[in-house]
Ligand binder design. Structure first.
Ligand code: NI
Length: 184
């Protein structure tokens, strides 16, 4: 099943998501999240973006890399993740979000992170990620905390995207995937 994606302006995107009961069968939901992400050509999707306020996201960072990259991407689900540490050189990279179509902005984040999470078989893992994979994880993890990438913009950069954000919240955007808009 392909879910519609919640657009900017919906309160669920600003709420902290809740932990999932350990061992709960969420296989179907994870499968549907992968399908929804792929359908929208996304590299990551967090549960609040399909209107479910729970601590789960899926990523496919391989789409951001090509054969020349030494880094290999991963396709994986993260359940109840906790970023334990972020480190390395901070760098700027242009981010976008399926909930905020047509808006892109340079965001500065640390290069590496260590994260604890359950994989889709409820195995507890602690791993280090770097590069594009770390970047996608940071963006998706923020969704579970109720943070959107545009929240990092300040001053002029924030003002430049403001009218576009209002358009998105009113449904004045065209996407090739279905969306749920807060204001009709
Ligand atoms: Ni996003």
């Amino acid at each position: 099943m392909i879910y519609p994606i919640v657009a900017f302006g919906n309160p669920i995107l600003k709420k902290e998501a809740e932990e999932i009961e350990e061992g709960k069968n969420i296989d179907a939901l994870i499968k549907d999240m992968y399908a929804t992400m792929d359908h929208a050509s996304g590299v990551g999707l967090a549960a609040p973006q399909i209107n479910q306020g729970i601590r789960l996201f899926v990523i496919d960072s391989s789409l951001m890399l090509d054969e020349e990259d030494t880094e290999k991407g991963i396709r994986r689900a993260f359940i109840n993740p906790i970023i334990l540490d972020e480190y390395g050189d901070a760098y700027s990279f242009e981010e976008g979000c399926l909930s905020i179509p047509e808006v892109r902005a340079e965001i500065i984040r640390p290069e590496k992170l260590t994260i604890e999470y359950y994989d889709e078989n409820w195995n507890l893992k602690e791993e280090e990620f770097t590069g594009m994979t770390a970047r996608v994880i940071q963006h998706e993890y923020d969704h579970l905390e109720g943070i959107l990438f545009v929240d990092y913009l300040k001053g002029l950069k924030k003002r430049l995207v403001q009218s576009k954000l209002i358009d998105v919240s009113k449904g004045k955007v065209s996407t090739d995937y279905r969306m749920i808009y807060p204001v009709k």
